[in-house]
Design a protein around this ligand. Structure first.
Ligand code: HEM
Length: 549
């Protein structure tokens, strides 16, 4: 009895002492202590590795945080001071996340050749994207493996469908008024086009046209971005709680989409069975759903063949595909529309796409036709070179217990260290002449000059296979340590072949069917840490061209 009254007395006085001010102070103290603990758990790097940003203790960490918009300048500064001269350097990060070791270009191949058990791609993606929370922990390599195995080989047969989705979605987004200029928000117009076209590939028709489904997928992708930002602001100890709370919208968007997706997947599973058993002669429609089923059967993975699991597997691919493409297209339009009017790039690309399309059978794009769009390809590659939306998109997490030793410089990185490839190389004047200028024909000029060589020249220089190979490697899908928007090596983006076709078709359709007014000055995006926040309010003016008789 005495004990009960003592404990209730203690509880009462404890509650009475909890004023709002004290609770706030407790939370602040707890957060600072948790961040301090996180900082001590970060992998430590050798002192010999130079650093960029503010250095030296907690004060520097706070100043680095307050200068998140300066991060990309530090990475560029590190490139010029160290990377360019073959040296790695370290960039700061939040107190809960490992700092990054940025390796120079000549070491990228070494970094990317490491086995998954030494420097892991999957683990770095999981950490960067907080996959445990954002993708409900259904976040292994399976859908990525499916993309690497099935996309490129099925793409050719999908081209006519992709072309149709491109044309129809642009006509809806850009309108059909041939008399008046229409003002469009560029970001929103692209968001009305890209998810539909991408979902022809992911889920097929007619679901790729269902606005409620598309909104759920875009909503989910937005959730992932927002949550990544929020979770970096919290110490690790709070992630299990905050991670579950902030991903409630992810669940909502997943279930919104799943309601519409479930019958489609069930039908695809039935179509697959009927075709496999010989009951039907019609193969199931080719799409990511079908490839996931095909691979799950090949690997004998029954749990991968349920509608729920297949729907879960689509999530990381939708995320990887939608905003990356919209951001890339947004930058491409701004680069083209704000380019020197004397260069008249739009007319050049209009002429090229029109001429090549006229030679295509029935006006339907083929792989060969799209490959002949040298100038259009160059305009896309050049925008991805100049206006890259990140300082570094290639990360690897050291997962070998004993860490990893760099054979070039001798430094050792412990378990948990993050290695990164630097995209500042794309702005290096020693590699790209006049690197800050958008030169849409930068890569096609070289290709066209090579192809225009006279017969004598060809004979004189022999077969010149090395030169031919170099020229061939100037296409947008070809990655290298000097062109990294799609990363490089065996994990380079498998979606890039699709992106290249999709963006060329979009440019072709827009330029052939619309006039677009140039813009006086290219709006500059805002940088937050690694990534840009595009200027979402940019408007463009378009008018449908009169059909030719
Ligand atoms: C312009 C648009 C895109 C850009 C700039 C882009 C860029 C990238 C980058 C930088 C990576 C990281 C690779 C690494 O860690 O080394 C990646 C991975 C990936 N991307 Fe893309 N991507 C784009 C569009 C797409 C599309 C449309 C799809 C699917 C249709 C896609 C599917 C993937 C997948 C599955 C991976 C994981 C690859 C792996 O881990 O092996 N991406 N992408």
């Amino acid at each position: 009895m005495a004990i009960t009254s003592l404990s209730s007395h203690l509880l009462e006085s404890l509650l009475a002492s909890l004023t709002l001010g004290r609770i706030t102070a407790l939370i602040v103290l707890f957060t600072i202590a948790s961040f301090a603990i996180d900082s001590t758990r970060k992998p430590t790097y050798p002192k010999s590795l130079p650093r960029v940003g503010y250095t030296g203790g907690i004060g520097a960490t706070i100043r680095n945080w307050m200068n998140l918009s300066n991060y990309h300048n530090w990475v560029e500064e590190g490139y010029n001071k160290y990377g360019k001269h073959g040296r790695s350097f370290v960039t700061p990060s939040s107190p809960s996340q490992p700092d990054e070791i940025v390796v120079p270009q000549e070491q990228i191949a070494w970094m990317l050749e490491q086995p998954e058990t030494v420097a892991s791609t999957q683990e770095s993606h999981k950490d960067v994207l907080f996959g445990t929370y954002n993708f409900f922990n259904v976040d292994d390599h399976f859908p990525t493996k499916v993309m690497h195995k099935h996309l490129a080989r099925n793409l050719v047969t999908l081209l006519p469908d992709i072309q149709q989705e491109v044309a129809e979605s642009i006509d809806i987004a850009f309108g059909t008024d041939t008399e008046n200029w229409t003002t469009l928000n560029l970001w929103e117009a692209l968001l009305a086009i890209v998810p539909r076209v991408m979902n022809r590939l992911a889920v097929g028709r007619p679901l790729c046209r269902n606005q409620a489904f598309l909104s759920s997928q875009v909503g989910f992708a937005d959730d992932v971005f927002r949550n990544c930002l929020i979770l970096t602001l919290f110490p690790t100890v709070l992630h299990p709680l905050v991670g579950r709370l902030v991903t409630l919208p992810n669940w909502y968007h997943f279930h919104q989409g799943y309601r519409l997706l479930k019958p489609v997947i069930e039908q695809r599973l039935r179509d697959y069975e009927r075709f496999e058993s010989g009951e039907s002669q019609t193969p199931p429609e080719e799409s990511l759903i079908t490839w996931l089923i095909r691979q799950a059967k090949a690997d004998n993975l029954p749990h991968e063949q349920t509608p729920y699991m297949i729907a879960m597997r689509l999530l990381p691919i939708e995320f990887a595909a939608i905003h990356t493409t919209v951001i890339t297209l947004h930058a491409l339009f701004l680069d083209l529309l704000a380019s020197d009017p004397a260069k008249d790039y739009l007319s050049i690309l209009r002429e090229e796409t029109t001429t090549v399309l006229q030679s295509e059978p029935n006006g339907i794009w083929t792989k060969n036709g799209l490959a002949r769009l040298y100038r259009t390809d160059s305009a896309i590659r050049e925008s991805m070179r100049l206006s890259t939306f990140s300082t570094g998109l290639t990360h690897r997490k050291v997962v070998a217990k004993e860490g990893i030793t760099n054979p070039f410089e001798g430094w050792h990185a412990p378990y948990g260290a993050i290695l990164m490839a630097n995209m500042s190389v794309q702005h290096d004047a020693d590699i790209y002449e006049d690197p800050k200028t958008y030169d849409a024909l930068r890569f096609s000029k070289v290709r066209e000059e090579y192809e225009a060589r006279s017969q004598e020249e060809v004979e004189e220089r022999g077969k010149d296979t090395e030169e031919a190979l170099r020229i061939k490697r100037l296409g947008v899908v070809t990655t290298s340590s000097e062109f990294l928007p799609f990363s490089h090596g065996r994990h380079a983006c498998p979606g890039r072949f699709f992106v290249a076709h999709e963006v060329k078709m979009m440019l072709a359709h827009i330029l052939q069917n619309y006039e677009i007014k140039p813009i006086a000055e290219r709006p500059r995006p805002t940088w937050v840490a690694h990534t840009i926040i595009p200027t979402l309010d940019v408007k463009i003016e378009v008018k449908r061209r009169q059909p030719k008789n």
